[in-house]
Design a protein around this ligand. Sequence first.
Ligand SMILES: [Fe+2]
Ligand SMILES: [Fe+2]
Length: 336
Amino acid sequence: MTIEQSDTRPGGNELGASTVQVRRVGDRQTTAQRLLRSTADRAYHPELDIDWDRPLAPDKGWVMEHRQSLYGTKVWDELTPEQRTELGKHEAVSVLSFGLLAEVGLSMNLMRSILENHVMVDDHCRYALAEVGEETRHSTMFSRLVNKSGVAPYTYPRPFLKALRLVGFLPIGPSSYAGTLLIEEVLDRLQREGAADETVQPHFRQLMKIHVLEEARHITYAREEMVRSMAKHGKAYNAVHRGIFSVMVLSVMPTLINPKVYKSVGISRLRGLIASQASPEYRDRAVFMTEPLLRFCYEAGFIRGAVSSRIMRASRALPDDIIAELKGQKPSTVQE
Ligand SMILES: [Fe+2]
Ligand SMILES: [Fe+2]
């Protein structure tokens, strides 16, 4: 199937990329077999499936206006159309730079899970290896598009990158899979919408289509593993992982957009950061990006408990009905 024949539209699937339901998580080898078949049937190669020799379209943008971080603010009103497009390009490069780093981190976690599996010759391991292959190709295409944009990549401080190595010492548990899903599903939501928008650069739209189509499998894999991991561990262990995940949700939006992007249109980092955080559109964007995942996590019993629920609410990403249920102490539907 070609990319053009595939349906990546936002409305194509109301739930987002995956229809995995908490109660329907089945045998992990059976799921892996299905995902391996799909990988063999529908895989793309960004070196060939994106026309990198084609020049950028001068009349196209990078990020839809309503998804840009300053949209709806007074600072936004002061920007010219050209400045808005320029800022959109920098925001796209910031997200791609984050994505590149995140894909490498996700691959490291997958490799660790393979190492920790004593068998190493089953379909579950084979699918994890296939997914690493896809993630490395994704990083390659992200880096190519950053180069194509002409904008320097947004980098992270060296001590932060060194500290990331410590993550390798943490045991893999529910928050590892939930954190993976947070990256994959947030990008999925943004990319389904962007891929369908004809005002966006063709290279970027093609990249988003490829990523959405291949990530659907990764999301199925991680959702099921998250539920299995929760079932394997006790209440206290899961509570710690819920807390870690709530901090991840709190930090995902500020991490995606590096405040240095505002300098591209003459706005100081601090002014841009404050304006974006105070934007009346912030909550809408946060809910849009995370809703399918957070509904899944809530159904799985992974959003509960006084401390982690409070941190999660501070992210402004929880839908109203879940907040109401959490406040009313209404029991959620699931298991620990
Ligand atoms: Fe990916
Ligand atoms: Fe992925």
